[in-house]
Ligand binder design. Structure first.
Ligand code: F6R
Length: 625
């Protein structure tokens, strides 16, 4: 989705802004733009396509010299990906000054505002809602940018994260948020404002995170105004849009630059697949107490009694996180014996859900910013549910708005196709289920057995990763096929859907995932000679049933790729290709069985020549509903 970066400080802002935009590229975008407060006024540059086009433009024009600037990557919502629609957008004040703005989110009442501003004489150049905000701030400007931003935001409905410049206040950026994330990095004599911590970490790990309806004014300038070498004075203040001062807590980002760089890998997605053993170790660290044979989840301790007595869990999420949530539904019912269901957050919030007393709502999200998941969380809370977050991004909106939660601690996920976060989400949901199960019906012996297997999991994942080249060879043989099926049962049914999603999103091959038994009720009509059908066919309670489903596909000429348990010699007579996973208890299988499917999708995309980390039309964090 759209990304914002702004810089004010002693360095030339344009190069820092471009570097920041490059760090935001992974989020998905179609155009980019920059505005710098130069001695000759605000200069704006925009480009369609990659940030490097923008970079070349800046280098060739050479007019972007200045210490305060804002920049943006746009993922089109209102109006197509054109130069005119790219941000920054500008407005002219009554006194002839220029306002420039970058905006993430959606201004819902932009149509009446646009009419109001047109009547006032403003001329619009784009179809965007963001331009309305630029012109509204300009209309309200009377010499104080912070004030103009506050009053404009009192007039808008919708979601926003913004950063604003005015040529009358050359060393200032004013930024604000409601419903879209925004963070301010406090660096040496400088401030970096961004919608995503990855654009800040190269400069500082000290940050403040804005809350909804907060406005921050960031000033950094030469004290003696003599020149660039002088001592720089920095100053920031935070207020609400009603101009009430707010005291901000400075926090530390929990990751470093190395974690968001490729480190020798060609793609972030592959790096993150390969990082999964370490990601699981980090997720489990300090959470398993072997002496006592229990799970320790500090984030839940304050609510432990309520959770143990809960009557129902509702998990809401989108995409890959939803698939993890589906596994959570199985885990909670199976291990903790509490009724649970997982829902698409986007559906849950609009269907007038019934929330009984004793309901716990879990929001599962890598980014902690997904608009639908956040909205479902609000809905559940408003109806009286206790709320929990299962989130990766520390300090994100969902993590701050839930009553309690458990972080994934799998490190930043840059690849647009979620991999290690999925495994982290399932690991955390497993921990929560064991945490509750131990306090409800699970015997000590059973809990200890699961904990032991969980600890062995990272090494088991490493064994699966070793098969990458083998998986690639098998994918090569069916890379020309445009329709794939992914089938599984029980805990491996959500894994099958996740496998299909991975293949779709980066290789653009049509794939469907479903319960293996469901195939007979219609989709079997699709199977023809050579159609690749991926079965998760590991040893477990439904193994024989899955084998029968494999037979049904083979009888119709389908090509079988099976994920099977190590040592299962029987499977080879049914499958054209076999990827193995170590033997583990059924509830823990998804964290292993998903790995070959992630690798399969990765190789398929590379073999088809796609840019794995920048899949078409996709955004890393979907912050609009
Ligand atoms: C797929 C993928 C998406 C996300 C979904 C939710 O690979 O990444 O389906 O899982 O957009 O995102 P989060 O987890 O950030 O709420």
């Amino acid at each position: 989705m759209c990304g914002i970066v702004g810089y004010v400080g002693p360095k030339q802002s344009s190069s820092l802004l471009i570097e920041g935009l490059k760090r935001l590229e992974y989020r998905g975008y179609d155009s980019s733009g920059i505005a710098v407060n130069t001695p000759q006024g605000i200069k704006v540059g925009k480009a369609i396509g990659r940030v490097r086009v923008m970079e070349e433009f800046i280098q060739t024009t050479g007019v972007f010299e200045g210490h305060a600037g804002i920049a943006h990557t746009r993922w089109a919502t209102h109006g197509g990906p054109t130069q005119a629609n790219a941000h920054p957008h500008t407005g002219k004040t009554k006194t002839g000054h220029t306002i420039a703005i970058v905006h993430n989110g959606i201004i819902e009442n932009y149509i009446p505002l646009r009419k109001y501003l047109t009547d006032k004489g403003h001329v619009f150049e784009s179809e965007t809602d963001a331009e309305v905000l630029a012109k509204l701030i300009a209309e309200l400007y009377d010499g104080d940018l912070e004030k103009a931003v506050q009053s404009a935001l009192r007039d808008v409905r919708g979601a926003y994260a913004i950063a604003v410049l005015c040529d009358n206040e050359p060393h200032t950026i004013v930024a604000a948020r409601k419903g879209s994330p925004l963070i301010v990095g406090i660096a040496d004599s400088a401030y970096v404002v961004a919608s995503d911590a990855s654009a800040i970490i190269a400069h500082t790990s000290q940050v403040i995170t804005l809350d909804d309806y907060q406005v921050v004014r960031l000033c950094a300038g030469v004290k003696d105004k003599v020149g660039d070498g002088g001592p720089w004075a920095v100053d920031f203040r935070t207020t609400t849009i009603d101009n009430v001062c707010v005291t901000q807590e400075v926090t530390k980002l929990e990751f470093d630059l190395e974690q968001i760089e490729l480190g020798g890998y060609k793609h972030f997605m592959f790096k993150e697949i390969m990082e999964q053993p370490e990601a699981i170790r980090n997720c489990l660290r300090g959470r398993i107490d072997h002496r006592e044979g229990r799970v320790v989840l500090g984030g839940l301790s304050g609510l432990a009694r309520d959770l143990v007595r809960a009557r129902r869990f509702i998990i809401s999420a989108q995409g890959t996180a939803y698939h993890a949530g589906m596994i959570g539904e199985y885990l909670l019912e199976d291990l903790a014996k509490i009724p649970a269901r997982c829902e698409y957050a986007s559906e849950f919030r609009y269907r007038n859900p019934i929330i009984e007393e004793g309901t716990v709502a879990i929001a599962v999200s890598q980014s902690g910013e997904t608009a639908d998941t956040l909205a479902a969380l609000h809905e559940a809370k408003d109806r009286g549910a206790i709320s929990l977050g299962v989130v990766n991004s520390v300090g994100s909106t969902i993590s701050r708005e839930t009553d309690a939660g458990v972080y994934l601690h799998v490190g930043p996920e840059i690849g647009v196709a979620s991999t290690k976060a999925f495994v982290g989400q399932v690991a955390v949901l497993t921990l929560i289920s064991l945490y509750l199960g131990k306090r409800r019906f699970l015997s000590d012996e059973v809990v200890r057995s699961y904990l032991k297997q969980l600890e062995a999991l990272p090494d088991m994942v490493s064994r699966v990763l070793e098969q990458s080249d083998h998986i690639k060879k098998c994918v090569e043989q069916c890379i020309d096929r445009d329709n794939w099926l992914f089938l599984g049962r029980g805990y491996n049914y959500p894994v099958a859907i996740e496998g299909a999603l991975k293949l779709k999103e980066i290789s653009y091959i049509h794939a469907e995932g479903m319960p293996a038994a469901e195939m007979k009720h219609g989709p079997i009509a699709l199977i023809d000679k050579g159609m690749p059908v991926v079965f998760v066919a590991t040893k477990g309670s439904q193994y024989e049933k899955v084998i029968s489903n494999i037979e049904e596909v083979r009888a119709r000429g389908g090509r079988i790729l099976a994920v099977a348990t190590e040592g299962d010699d029987n499977i080879h007579q049914y499958a054209d290709a076999v990827f193995t996973v170590p033997d583990i208890a059924e509830p823990l299988q998804p964290m292993l069985t998903v790995v070959p499917l992630q690798i399969l999708a990765y190789h398929a995309a590379v073999l088809r020549g796609h840019d794995v980390d920048k899949p078409r039309n996709l955004a890393k964090s979907v912050t609009v509903e």
